[in-house]
Design a binder for this molecule. Structure first.
Ligand SMILES: [Cu+2]
Length: 167
């Protein structure tokens, strides 16, 4: 009985809040590019996607690529996902005995040495407490940069990275 009660409220929450994650606008894809042009930063976000929640878990990961126009510098400070309790910037690290682990990392600089890439096996957004999302949905979020400030991003929920297909 106790475990049943623990699971049930989560289902209700998902049922109530999921529609917010399904805008009626045309389904966006990971081809969506968000550009913010300010005086201090010209930034472009593309390939924004999020993995569906593993069954029974409320933690998932989201990814994107951020590009800066030539001659600009910026720093990714934090991220937010609508409906999530919190989002952390995470990286993967090899421990001394060869085990891959992940942990929270600090702000991430973008400059002239190429795009800032959040991708499986490397940097990722760790999304906590978001009502379960599934393949085909989209989730809105915000990436906050030092210069560009708040950049809105739409994450396409899919299990495979953009550009790869399941078969
Ligand atoms: Cu992580």
């Amino acid at each position: 009985m106790r475990s049943y009660l623990a699971i049930f409220p989560a289902l209700i929450l998902a049922a109530c809040e999921a529609p917010e994650n399904r805008p009626s606008a045309p389904p966006p894809g990971v081809e969506d590019t968000v550009s913010v042009a300010g005086q201090e930063s010209v930034i472009e976000i593309r390939a924004a996607w999020m993995r569906p929640h593993p069954a029974g878990r409320d933690v998932t990961a989201a990814y994107f690529t951020a590009n800066l126009a030539e001659g600009f510098e910026d720093v990714l400070l934090s991220a937010r996902i609508d409906g999530a309790e919190r989002v952390e910037l995470h990286g993967h690290f090899m421990t001394g005995d060869g085990v891959m682990q992940m942990r929270e990392v600090g702000p991430q600089r973008i400059g002239e040495d190429g795009p800032l890439i959040f991708a499986p096996g490397g940097l990722h957004l760790m999304v906590f407490g978001l009502p379960a999302v599934s393949e085909g949905e989209t989730v809105n979020g915000t990436l906050t940069f030092q210069n560009a400030d708040a950049v809105p991003v739409r994450f396409a929920v899919q299990s495979m990275p953009p550009g790869l297909s399941a078969d």
